[in-house]
Ligand binder design. Structure first.
Ligand SMILES: C[S@@+](CC[C@H](N)C(=O)[O-])C[C@H]1O[C@@H](n2cnc3c(N)ncnc32)[C@H](O)[C@@H]1O
Length: 196
């Protein structure tokens, strides 16, 4: 299967699909962190290149519910921020409506202001073998919901407040480090969707 992983610099999902025997390529404005097939540039350049599946992790800074507090800072609508959110929505929808048979878009809970389509499911790293909480939505087209592979019990999950855990690591690169897809989720995508 020809799989495009859009907005991925880590190569995590790409390499999980390659390991499962697929022809996968990542794409990001940034170079890839891990050597492998990667297009560094705008995903719209290659979106119509005959892919069987698209998995995309578009930027969430201006769309997410967590970011909404900046939208109404001082109780008035921040117009610039709102316009940035609308641009992010346009990019999200461009990916979601791509002419590709199977599509999955991953993002945090979006702010209702932007009226994105309803997501198909939410997942957590602790359902896929990582002892962390990070609620993530999946918008799916022609793909089944992901089934948890290894659920970590509540008492064994780590709080994001612990210094030095994945949420707080990374110094200047913290934002980038936090955005990396968890390996267990990438493996579940490759196993459960790669067999279709
Ligand atoms: C939230 S990060 C996703 C990181 C991903 N989960 C990973 O493991 O690498 C969003 C990424 O989208 C990329 N991006 C933004 N606009 C893009 C575009 N037009 N084409 C390709 N990548 C884009 C950014 O450079 C950023 O790395």
């Amino acid at each position: 299967m020809k799989v495009l992983i859009a907005c991925e610099y880590s190569g995590t999902v790409r390499d999980a699909f390659i390991k499962a025997g697929h022809d996968a390529m990542s794409c990001d404005l940034l170079p890839t962190d891990t050597a492998g097939p990667h297009y560094q540039g705008d995903v719209t350049d290659i979106l119509n290149d005959g892919w069987d599946m698209l998995i995309a992790h578009p930027p969430c800074t201006y769309l997410s519910n967590a970011g909404a507090r900046w939208l109404y800072a001082g109780k008035t609508l921040n117009i610039k921020r709102f316009e940035q959110g609308l641009d992010a929505k346009t990019f999200f929808l461009l990916l979601f409506n791509a002419n590709i048979p199977r599509v999955a878009i991953e993002n945090p809970i979006p702010s209702s202001v932007f009226e994105l389509p309803k997501y198909s499911q939410t997942i957590q790293p602790y359902e896929f073998g990582h002892p962390f909480k990070k609620k993530t939505c999946l918008w799916l087209k022609n793909l089944p919901k992901l089934t948890p592979t290894s659920v970590i019990s509540e008492q064994n999950r780590e709080s994001t407040k612990i210094p030095g855990n994945w949420f707080n690591k990374g110094g200047k690169e913290r934002q980038k480090e936090r955005a990396r897809t968890f390996q267990g989720i990438a493996d579940a995508m490759a196993t459960q969707w790669g067999c279709l």
